[in-house]
Ligand binder design. Sequence first.
Ligand SMILES: [Ca+2]
Length: 500
Amino acid sequence: MTDDHTTQAMSCYGGRLIQTPNMDRIANEGIRMDNCYAVNALSGPSRACILTGKFSHMNGFTDNASTFDGSQQTFPKLLQAAGYQTSVIGKWHLITEPQGFDYWCILSGQHEQGDYYNPDFIENGKHVVEQGYVTDIVTDKAIEYLEHRDKSKPFCMMYHQKAPHRNWMPAPRHLGMFNNTTFPEPGTLFDTYEGRGRAAKEQDMSIEHTLTDDWDLKLLTREEMLKDTTNRLYQVYKRMPAAVQDKWDSVYAQRISEYRNGNLKGNALISWKYQQYMRDYLATVVAVDENIGRLLNYLEKTGELDNTIIVYTSDQGFFLGEHGWFDKRFMYEECQRMPMIVRYPKAIKAGSTSNAIAMNIDFAPTFLDFAGVEIPDDIQGESLKPVLTNEGNAPADWRKAAYYHYYEYPAEHSVKRHYGIRTTDFKLIHFYNDVDEWEMYDMQNDPHELNNLYGNPEYTAKQAELMLLLKEVQEQYKDNDPDERITELFKGDRRFMENR
Ligand SMILES: [Ca+2]
């Protein structure tokens, strides 16, 4: 799993931005799920949903100011009890110590975001600092653990990269690799949010206004950083070895000079910022893909490749300039959709794809099902095994909608609280708390979600059908009184909370 890697940046999902050959290998030799959705598109909450197989309102981790109740049931605990060797390596992000793992080594620092260069880890409770680039180190640790594990037992490893999370710092070998590349712009880069409500208009996650010159765009020279060493960019820059700093300086000098001499304004400035954002974000994805290749090669060399169920996903999707945005949180397609590709040639036909509606709460029961472990009744997700092993075809009585509920507001990025459903053809969203606004989209004819059909007389019957389905789904998943669920977890003003 990665953090904030979206399907638009995967060539196996048809993304036009970069090639991801090792991810594509998993998809081509396995199955690609095209309608897999986060139920709360934010790092910590999504991770808690994956571990427990339950929605945020049931597992208690509703927003990133939550702490995970590690005493609750999780799939690694259930696998461990069934004789699996369990481990988690890399990004954890749930604040409390991991439970249910024979080995854990998680990133610490920056509120568990971890650092791209010379990162700090907590390894089975002990603080360690490693030299190098985080994506490579997490893979080194994964391979080393696999090498020394008890080979008489089956294993479950959660291999969790930090990349491509903000602030998108590439590996030393990839610095500047896209300096002369111009990436295609999304058609909605200059979206004006016409016909949509206040949530889209009042967010604070735009490339134009929210991307910072220093932390995000890296428009500071070494000399400028040294003048104010409290600068946030300097805190991560200073972790690099001198030779890497030198390379960094020469690579970003071109950008800084373009910015200062370019006299860019309006849409030209948005376009320019978008290019810099893509250059950094995508370079961090290149290192992820290379390291997935290393891990696949290791499994192949040791004869375990075809004997291992390999799942690649990210905790949610991400906006790569669509609607003029970066970040996630919204129940709009680019970030609600998660990558999910699975390779297991013993049961999954190579080259399968599926449009069955899947959610991240399905991961836990799916893993338990494949492992032959009984799925507890209180898990809210469904095993995807019948879909994965039947060339992507869902059983006749498969669910009709993915449910979504986002809570973190007021908070950084100012995305209003909302919930809704996503069917194969439509999406219905209710924004609440300081607004009461509905949006409805025809996903087949309006895949970029620009034409809000809520209240449109031509869609009265469809709207009524979706409203009823939403109510049924909320009852099924026990999300009672969703508009009022402002619990003690939501005390205080979080607008100034760290980006976590
Ligand atoms: Ca994330």
